[in-house]
Design a protein around this ligand. Structure first.
Ligand code: PAF
Length: 293
């Protein structure tokens, strides 16, 4: 059912309890309204807002979730220091036209005794999954809970976390969750750096070096497009070398993969994705691009 512009600009409601979220969605459903969901960990930036705008444009109602999910952080990762900016996030979401901010606390999401997890073997074990053990089980667990709690028609995820999008798509299909998972374009700074909540960790010097990651991906793509499958190994190695030369401390991977299942490719004419993860000082950046535009 279509809603008026005034309706869309109505006040943002912050909900902290699952039962209240369910009641709000049930009331919307009674009125025949469609619902979009944008899961986030907060510290919102233009990348998140682009997802919110997609939902607001296509759906009658938009829920944005804000939950820094402890289960997707490893013991030596940045759960404690992850930027938390709820007040600013809420104000921005109101301007973007979302109706609900669902911001539960850890006890609400994982009440005492909650032990069930959702894991996505295979695609969840490679690349990010091998460098961050448990990460995708944490992501799949929290996202499946959010999808069950909010029961949206469509859930929006950025392609910046491309493997995450693949894992969630697989998980939603495998669990027969009645939701469309929509992948949305990466939003970049003018110099090519992909927007990320973790970019705030970069020093001015690191920030100046960071766009090289995107540049390296473009160079790998050009080499593979020109040289075919035989050029992949050299292109990946040259990409890693260029990233290190730009001042990154360590490259976890630069790799050309099948766009759907992230397996190594044997045919460069099929949809493929080039993915990388690398450390710039103490910040781990990830990025990816399609092999073909
Ligand atoms: O991409 C993120 O911000 C998180 O991994 C997500 C999907 C909100 C799950 O916590």
């Amino acid at each position: 059912m279509a809603t008026s512009v005034t309706d869309r600009l109505a006040d943002l409601e912050t909900i902290r309890r699952v039962t209240d979220l369910r009641a709000r969605v049930a009331a919307w459903r009674q009125d025949g309204l469609s619902v979009g969901l944008v899961p986030t960990m907060g510290a919102l930036h233009e990348g998140h807002f682009s997802l919110v705008r997609k939902s607001v444009a296509a759906m009658d109602r938009t829920i944005v979730t804000l939950f820094v999910n402890p289960r997707q952080f490893g013991p030596n990762e940045d759960f404690g220091t992850y930027p938390r900016t709820e007040e600013a996030d809420a104000a921005a979401l109101q301007r973007q036209g979302a109706q609900v901010l669902f911001a539960p606390n850890v006890e609400e999401m994982y009440p005492a005794g909650a032990v069930t997890t959702v894991s996505v073997p295979g695609i969840g074990d490679i690349l990010e999954g091998s460098f961050r053990p448990g990460f995708f089980t944490g992501v799949a667990t929290v996202v499946s809970k959010l999808l069950i709690q909010a029961a949206p028609d469509v859930a929006y995820f950025g392609k910046k976390d491309y493997q995450q999008l693949c894992v969630i798509t697989r998980m939603a299909a495998d669990l027969d969750l009645p939701v469309k998972i929509e992948g949305c374009p990466i939003i970049r700074e003018a110099d090519g750096l992909a927007l990320s909540s973790r970019n705030v960790y970069l020093s001015p010097d690191e920030r100046a070096k960071a766009p090289m990651l995107h540049q390296a991906l473009n160079d790998v793509a050009a080499k593979v497009r020109a040289g075919g499958v035989e050029a992949i190994a050299d292109a990946e190695a040259a990409g890693a070398e260029a990233i290190l030369k730009a001042g990154f401390k360590q490259v976890d991977y630069v790799t050309v993969r099948d766009a759907a299942n992230l397996a190594p490719i044997t045919d460069v004419m099929k949809p493929a994705r080039i993915l990388t993860a690398a450390w710039l000082g103490r910040t781990r950046l990830i990025d990816n691009i399609p092999l073909h535009d």
